[in-house]
Write a protein that binds this ligand. Sequence first.
Ligand code: ATP
Ligand code: LTN
Length: 326
Amino acid sequence: MRKTIFSGVQPSGQITLGNYLGALKNWTKLLDEYNCIFAVMDLHSITVRQDPKELRERSLKLLAQYIACGLDPEKCTHFIQSHVPAHAQLSWVLGCYTYMGELNRMTQFKEKSQRHADNINAGLYTYPVLMAADILLYNADLVPVGHDQKQHLEIARDIAERFNSLYGDTFTVPDPFIGKVGARIMDLQDPTKKMSKSEPAGSISLLEDENTILKKIKKAVTDSLGYVKYEEGRHGINNLLSIYCSVTGKSVDMAEKEFEGKGYGDFKKAVAEVVIDELRPVQQKYNQLIENQDYLMKIIEDGAFKANEIAQKTLKDVYEKVGFIV
Ligand code: ATP
Ligand code: LTN
């Protein structure tokens, strides 16, 4: 039997080159080997205030971007998280098997609390529990994510192991799959911070036009050393090298040789070119897909049906084990 992978992105903004290189691009490499499930994580996205109309539009746009990136609906299941009630239901149960001490250690909670100091809500705090429910419902073996999600994967594993040891084998304990390059793409304006949907100035969006991409990469913060080499502490250059290598599949050594004796101007131009070439077909496909809303709606209907079937089974097993009348 094929192993299962599960992953998802929040419809919390325009998806970035970071999301693409750290997550989506890796997912496409796994389609033929695994039973693949990719969801649009709308429940997670309301941990930060969203405009309802925009959120609804973004959820469908995100699905279109999944497919445009190569996540063929013939080969994987796509659904919207809120269409499968078992996510919220299992999340409640798992919350009773998660310690506040564990949640207190989550760096994403600390970061987001600082960024949204006027809205430090309980959902933001229990976010990792819902994420564990997402994964464990489908007994996912592997969860491909960017580096920033490593800690959340660890807590999901701990919750699964704790539940299994109390009630017998119930959940598959998931392994993270974090790419070697591209797992942590940094902000172009402040390369000490990760590129994020919520910081458009230093991010490249998947749907950005060619001129803007070129301009943003040309303006990327670097240093005054003037040579292209991956070295400790050279955040700007290291980031551009990661982007270049992750897009082209070349090793850092190869890229360094290629740009030996060349200045930052040439290097940045080359980075922009490979990014533009990579995104062009994705954008073309996206523009076609987004015109066909009926097709997209059909995919999420079918996806929700399949996902509900699997999720209900797991939830029933859990309800029985904890002592509910089912
Ligand atoms: P937000 O800014 O709303 O928190 P985000 O940009 O961090 O969103 P998520 O939806 O939280 O995006 O993440 C989707 C996937 O993209 C996850 O697997 C995450 O690890 C990955 N990812 C996010 N940012 C980066 C980045 N800068 N580099 C590599 N991978 C990333
Ligand atoms: N928290 C993730 C999005 C997410 C996710 C998941 C990823 C929610 N549930 C389950 C993998 C598996 C993020 O990228 N911020």
